[in-house]
Design a protein around this ligand. Structure first.
Ligand code: NAD
Length: 362
């Protein structure tokens, strides 16, 4: 049965295709950008040169001190630079960390963003922002941080190392899985989430076999776009809450943490969201993965592409388990399965152990 539902779609212009970074200057003109601040991390400097060659003198400021989880002090420094240079447009080139920094500046200044993603994080399609201060990551939603335009060019992902590609792809799948049971789900979002899981589950093993496979990179970026869009419009549950809490508190790598937690968070919710889990299993099967359950099938996919399936691999210290579980319970995420300490502790223990999950029967 369809609905009831509310669909609230924020508008982002999306330019998607191989080689379409060369449309950046047209996109900048389209929103009348004249004084650009270019934000990128060290590994994106080759692409930054392409941006510089297109935008030339329009770039009046550059910021390259991009750090995962957006430390508040760095956001403050970048915002001051932006104001001092009288910037009127932010161009964020890179993964979720570059986009996240641009969002922090946009939140403070109201400036528009053009995002050029080079990973599968999906941040470019959301109104979600995050800032970390005193080992606590605070997140929220603000329409001002949603990029005005996103340019998806699969060529910019060819250099993403295989381990990061696998983990980042699992991060995108996490958005899609949680989107399927989040409060903002709509009939269109259901189709989008299932299609996104299918696209990524088909693409990631091909990328693992050949990171320079442009077709596979294009399919994965397509799945990442659907995932970011789902994250932006549907919502999150216990899985994302765990990753945000432990990512900020213990400075863990974002994508690897998502990859490590997802099979277990999915199994935790499996009996409480049967429609969503059926969609995940269908998508995995149509991608050629012989999934007997959503959590188990996700674990199989992650294992086959060398993505982390244990919090140990993501650098989590088990001595923090009790504290982390208490932080998650205190955050009280909206989730199909009720959140209580014993269940969350069990989830952490399984995710640290890394054994293939079986769906919880509780
Ligand atoms: P990231 O942006 O930190 O990138 C990981 C590493 O890969 C960095 O060293 C980066 O320089 C490098 N890299 C990126 N693209 C590359 C490429 N094409 N080739 C070679 N190296 C490349 O990691 P991420 O996982 O993309 O983003 C993580 C951050 O994004 C976290 O802070 C997370 O909270 C945030 N995030 C936010 C949202 C949101 O909606 N607000 C969604 C997802 C992630």
């Amino acid at each position: 049965m369809i609905g009831p539902f509310v669909q609230d779609l924020p508008a982002t212009r999306v330019v998607f295709g191989i080689g379409l970074l060369d449309q950046l200057s047209d996109e900048v003109k389209r929103i009348d950008g004249r004084r650009v601040m270019l934000i990128y991390g060290n590994h994106e400097s080759a692409y930054a040169e392409q941006v510089e060659s297109q935008l030339g003198y329009a770039i009046v400021a550059r910021f390259t001190d991009v750090v995962m989880h957006v430390p508040a002090s760095i956001a403050q420094t970048a915002t001051e630079l932006c104001r001092a240079a009288d910037v009127d447009l932010l161009v964020a080139l890179g993964g979720g960390s570059s986009t996240g920094l641009a969002k922090a500046i946009a939140k403070a200044t109201g400036l528009p963003i053009i995002a050029i993603p080079t990973t599968y994080s999906g941040s470019e399609m959301t109104t979600l922002w995050g800032l970390t201060e005193n080992s606590r990551k605070v997140t929220g939603r603000d329409a001002r941080v949603l990029p005005r335009t996103v340019i998806y060019d699969p060529l910019l992902t060819l250099s993403l190392p295989q381990d990061l590609s696998a983990a980042s792809g699992m991060n995108a799948i996490a958005h899609l899985v949680e989107g399927l049971y989040a409060p903002g789900i709509s009939p269109v979002a259901m189709l989008q989430c299932e299609e996104g899981v299918r696209a990524l589950a088909k693409a990631l093993p091909r990328i693992a076999a050949d990171p320079h496979d442009v077709d596979a990179r294009t399919d994965a970026l397509y799945g990442a776009w659907l995932a970011g869009w789902a994250l932006g419009t549907t919502g999150i549950g216990v899985h994302h809450k765990i990753c945000h809490v432990i990512g900020g508190a213990y400075d863990l790598p974002h994508a690897a943490t998502h990859s490590a937690v997802l099979p277990y968070a999915t199994a935790f919710n499996e009996p409480f969201a049967p429609g969503a889990m059926d969609a995940v299993v269908r998508a995995l099967r149509s991608a050629g993965i012989d999934a007997d359950s959503a959590g188990g099938g996700i674990w199989d996919l992650a294992t086959s592409i060398g993505a982390p399936t244990s919090l140990r691999d993501a650098g989590f210290d088990p001595k923090n388990t009790q504290e982390a579980a208490e932080l998650v319970v205190a955050a009280n995420p909206v989730n199909p399965r009720p959140i209580e300490l014993a269940g969350i502790l069990e989830l952490f223990i399984s995710a640290y152990d890394g054994t293939r999950p079986v769906a919880s029967t509780k």
